[in-house]
Design a protein. Structure first.
Ligand code: SAM
Length: 210
């Protein structure tokens, strides 16, 4: 069964302590990731795409797919009219799969969570599905995404409840109070993989950079 196959890598990725461990786990998983996630009914890319398309006009460019993985979202952004999308991921293996989709204008093997080598205001929009979750990236990854997204631009991300309740919600409120972002949309909590045993919900957020 598909979910018993992929409970291993995902559970291990959630429990990973160091970024290099996360990268190694995803490197190993990269070739079967798309099929496994499809079998698990993976929802984050669809939710993120819906939020982005509701708030960012067709053709807005360039976009950054932050934690792009194998590029599930890149394909759909391409189909729905966002012509220039760059991929960033910590895993070379995942990025190699993303490259094969032939839709990204650049691929960056980098870690979210620290300083990023991009100019201020570089992107019209940023999309990050399934990345702000246990063992991956926490609220410390937000500041740089805000810095590299231009004023008026949109950041769409999913946040797992475990993080949300452990300081992420407070950090979003703080950034709003500082006038750096406006929370333009927040979904109700939903389970990202109905075919999985991990049922901790996540939520989708759309933030406008001010
Ligand atoms: C659950 S996958 C989601 C991939 C893709 N966004 C999707 O929805 O299919 C999480 C991705 O985040 C990447 N990742 C984990 N920690 C990261 C970090 N610190 N910096 C950049 N990417 C990271 C992993 O390599 C993996 O590709």
């Amino acid at each position: 069964m598909a979910h018993s196959k992929h409970r291993g890598p995902l559970a291990a990725a959630y429990a990973a302590k160091r970024p290099e461990d996360v990268a190694a786990l995803y490197d190993c998983w990269s070739q079967t990731y798309d099929a496994d996630m499809s079998a698990a009914g993976y929802r984050h890319p669809t939710i993120c795409l819906a939020l982005l398309a509701r708030h960012l006009p067709r053709g807005a460019a360039p976009l950054l797919d932050a934690g792009a993985g194998t590029g599930l979202i890149g394909e759909w952004l391409d189909i729905t009219g966002y012509p220039l999308v760059e991929a960033l991921d910590i895993s070379e293996g995942m990025l190699a799969q993303a490259a094969r989709k032939g839709v990204y204008s650049a691929l960056h093997c980098l870690a979210l969570g620290g300083k990023l080598p991009f100019a201020d205001d570089a992107y019209a929009g940023i999309i990050s599905a399934g990345v702000f979750t246990s063992g991956h990236v926490g609220a410390e990854g937000l500041d740089e995404l805000i810095r590299i997204c231009r004023p008026g631009g949109i950041i769409v991300l999913t946040v797992k409840n475990t993080l949300w309740e452990a300081g992420f919600a407070a950090r979003i409120a703080e950034l709003e109070a500082q006038g750096l972002i406006t929370r333009i949309e927040e979904t109700r909590p939903y389970v990202s993989m109905p075919g999985e045993t991990d049922t901790v919900p996540s939520r989708g957020l759309a933030l406008r950079v001010t």
